[in-house]
Design a binder for this molecule. Structure first.
Ligand code: HEM
Length: 217
């Protein structure tokens, strides 16, 4: 059966927005009491976190828009404008994420965010430089990696119920320590699992695309 890239793109957009919006709504109220993550008192953590979320969301939307062929092929000017918004948003949000990491108490979680933030900034920078140098094949590969990392925010959240089930199975069908403790354990590892999963998917897509190109006469 032939895959429909337009349909896959729409599914990705709907799932990404559908997963992320409920997590973002409490922060759009600008009421720090509604923060889902515990905030360090008398610090700038809340405004930094909210700004990170706003720019990350812009990066998510613009990143996905870059895969619309109609814009990319027939309207390269729009593609460049959206691309510049994506790169700026990743840089702003990624640097703000680096600042938020200082407030994350769990070391496993903060190392996952640190790895993700560095890779996010690095891949986006490489993608941008390749476009400036007009190395468009490499530009596409690095931008695929960059958007794959943007989507870790989505996959890490989607993985929570899967990890919960695995935890339950691996602990002889029980939740030792109770539900709250189990959730805490899962929220300390889901970013790592999302990172590895998205890395594998993106590298597989890149490999498949390059194989397809090599096959063409
Ligand atoms: C890919 C690189 C990203 C990094 C390194 C990153 C980093 C972080 C960090 C360190 C936190 C604070 C977590 C805590 O205190 O427990 C956070 C929270 C958050 N981020 Fe990001 N983030 C990234 C991408 C995104 C994207 C693309 C979105 C949305 C489109 C997003 C939305 C959020 C939201 C909604 C929160 C609040 C957490 C919650 O209430 O569950 N992030 N992020």
């Amino acid at each position: 059966m032939k895959k429909n890239p337009k349909k896959s793109w729409w599914i990705l957009v709907i799932v990404s927005v559908g997963v992320m919006v409920p997590f973002m709504i409490p922060y759009f109220t600008l009421d720090s009491d509604k923060s889902r993550v515990p905030l360090a008192p008398a610090t700038h953590e809340y405004p930094i976190l909210v700004s990170h979320i706003v720019f990350a969301f812009i990066a998510l939307i613009t990143g996905l828009l870059q895969f619309v062929e109609r814009i990319r092929i027939t309207n390269p000017k729009i593609h460049r404008i959206i691309g510049k918004i994506y790169v700026s948003s990743v840089f702003i949000s990624g640097l703000l994420a680096l600042a938020v990491i200082f407030y994350v108490e769990n070391f496993t979680k903060s190392m996952a965010f640190l790895t993700l933030a560095i890779l996010w900034l690095f891949t986006c920078w490489k993608g941008y430089r390749k476009a400036v140098k007009r190395h468009f094949n490499e530009h596409r590969v690095w931008m695929l990696r960059s958007v794959g990392l943007t989507l870790v925010a989505v996959s890490a959240r989607l993985l929570v119920p899967v990890l919960l089930l695995l935890y339950y199975i691996l602990n002889d069908f029980s939740l030792p320590g109770g539900r709250d403790q189990v959730f805490e354990v899962i929220l300390n590892v889901n970013i790592w699992v999302g990172l590895v999963l998205n890395f594998i998917i993106v590298e597989w897509v890149i490999l498949k695309k390059s194989k397809g190109k090599n096959k063409k006469p």
